[in-house]
Design a protein around this ligand. Structure first.
Ligand SMILES: [Zn+2]
Length: 321
């Protein structure tokens, strides 16, 4: 039984790849803080490092908890074709129609974000600082994932079209190479979201619709680049590794007409909108006067356990190294 559980755990983490990369997720949560009103800034700005560092906790948790993975994506094409009229937007209705196993197996990100939003709103109501920060960091991750086109496609790593590696290429390689130099992260202010469910589904449907462009663009460009120009041995994190060449990456970004930057910017404003909406719906509590300002022993233990799981299983399931 134990062996079986262990096996299914590794299968899950090896077939699903990573989201925005650590670099992208951390940047996204970081910039979201600057969109908040002053009443929220008093809490979020002093803790910007925590919100940045912990933007990647949900990915780390995937090494420890098998049930974590489906919270990061939805294989929306399983449910027909755009705009997926057959797929009920409410979780219970979707389960009734397809069974829970099927719904979970195809990913639950649009529903999971809504659960996280309820929890964050409750944390603001409780005026519980530790919970507010932890949940804000984590919901930021799931929201950002829902903006990634390949997180809304069953062909999530180009495995059906001989394009393996495209997942990390789009969400890690492109931003890591170009975000600092070319992307603009000056974005307006957080806005209140009237209907969270509707907002989430709109973003997910946009992602699903864009996944075709993501895949077809890479395939078209590959025809123009001989293998030795498509890939190159370049330095990454102090190591020389074979990866998509800078030329190919820049050409792809141009071909997509700034899509990666647009989705990254939208992720940032969406996160700020969710944080702001949770705070408003909780009655705009005074964030200068919170209790539970320190993390509990349980929180600290969980942070550590996630880190350990992530580090210790590095050689077994990391798809984007
Ligand atoms: Zn993720």
């Amino acid at each position: 039984m134990k062996k079986c559980l262990l096996l299914s755990f590794f299968v899950i983490i090896s077939i699903k790849t990573f989201c925005w990369g650590f670099y992208g997720h951390q940047k996204i949560n970081y910039f979201a803080v600057y969109l908040l009103p002053p009443e929220m800034m008093v809490l979020f700005k002093p803790h910007i490092q925590f919100l940045t560092d912990h933007a990647v906790d949900p990915d780390k948790r995937r090494y420890a908890v098998a049930a974590e993975a489906p919270k990061h994506y939805i294989d929306i094409d399983f449910y027909g074709s755009y705009p997926y009229p057959d797929l009920p937007r409410k979780y219970d209705d979707a389960v009734k129609k397809y069974t829970e196993d099927t719904v979970v197996a195809n990913g639950i990100v649009p529903w999971w974000i809504q659960i996280m939003q309820q929890r964050l709103t409750a944390a603001f109501k409780e005026k519980n600082q530790a919970k507010i920060l932890r949940l804000s960091a984590e919901i930021g991750h799931y929201i950002a994932d829902s903006h990634v086109p390949l997180h809304a496609s069953s062909n999530h790593d180009g495995q059906h079209t001989n394009q393996k590696g495209i997942h990390g290429f789009w969400e890690s390689r492109v931003p890591e190479l170009l975000a600092e130099k070319e992307f603009d992260f000056m974005i307006g202010k957080a806005a209140y979201i009237d209907n969270i469910g509707k907002y989430v589904w709109e973003r997910v449907l946009e992602s699903g619709a864009a996944s075709d462009t993501v895949l077809k663009g890479e395939a078209a460009l590959t025809k123009q680049f001989p293998e030795d120009r498509k890939f190159a041995f370049e330095e990454r994190n102090g190591k020389i590794i074979r990866q998509y060449s800078s030329d190919f990456t820049a050409a792809y970004n141009k071909l997509l007409n700034g899509m990666v930057e647009r989705r990254m910017r939208l992720s940032i404003s969406s996160i700020a909108n969710f944080w702001y909406t949770a705070w408003v719906n909780a009655g705009q509590p005074d964030l200068k006067n919170l209790h539970t300002t320190a993390f509990s022993a349980e929180d600290l233990k969980e942070f550590e356990a996630m880190n350990d799981a992530w580090k210790n299983s590095a050689s077994k399931g990391r798809a984007h190294e």
